[in-house]
Design a protein around this ligand. Sequence first.
Ligand code: PLP
Length: 338
Amino acid sequence: MMISVVLDFRSDTLTRPTPSMRRAMSEAEVGDDVYGEDPTVNRLEQVLAETLGFERALFFPSGTMANQTALLLLAPRATEVLAPEGAHVLEFELAAPAMLSGVLIRPLPAPGGRPSPEDLDRAVHEGPHQAPTSLLWLENTHNLAGGTTLSPELTQGLLARARRRGLKAHLDGARLWNASVALNTSPAELARGFDTAMVSLSKGLGAPVGSALLLPRELYPEARRYRKTLGGGMRQAGVLAAAALVALADWQQVIAEDHRRARELAEGLSRLGLAVDPPPETNMVYLRVERARDFAARLAEVGVLALPLGEDRLRFVTHRDLSEDAAAAALDRISSLL
Ligand SMILES: Cc1ncc(COP(=O)(O)O)c(C=O)c1O
């Protein structure tokens, strides 16, 4: 088969800045952000705080650094944090919580990425023989569970239970934008009631670099100090913030289109007899296949890239750098293999 274009579905982090982002980057007003003097970063933080319904936002180079800062702010050393099984912080942050915060993260049962308030209640540790539980950690959308959403109702139920048990709460909302579009609910509604929330600008939104931590005013100075400690003082970061501001102008349409293509891809894969599991809610399509790595290698030969996760799962993520007909084109190529 002649392959003209590689269709890269491995991740929405592959998105490159659009021409209008590059223009905004080249024209951005900048200053030294470690001194708090970058006007474009300051504007981005203000827009994000308003969009997410928090008092303040702090711009970070990555979601991982923002998540780790949340742990440093909210979970005292030698306490326990409860996170849904498969959470990014458990699987993909390289034991950073052990290195930086000295906390233990225990997984909560979470079918479909959704812990239940009852399981949360049962998991909280108190008393002299166990480390006290300090923090509830949620992820919306839940990446490994399939890009699945947490509804406002379940979120508020979990938060109410957490508060009753004296826990703080953090939201890993790397893809909260996707949850917002899928649930037809504002990102602020989905982030309501958390002490802190992280959102990424560098995934489906398409900005080249950056995430933000949303937080109350009183935690902002300490969060800045941790960010600097972790090596995240970025100086003229306005060139990055400028791209993020462009991304924030039209994200609903972009994300809705990603979801449409994910549905189209999932329907087509099912028609080809492949096991889509779960049905996509957002921009991720997971397949159950034997020998996922080998299957990914065969797909690559026809110019379709997907990410094997474990032995028997393959992830496709739709994003704005894929053409409108990418799903149909990928299905054609995949059917030629079967
Ligand atoms: C759910 C979730 N949280 C956090 C992160 C970390 O973001 P970053 O890659 O910017 O460190 C990711 C990245 O893929 C993610 O999927």
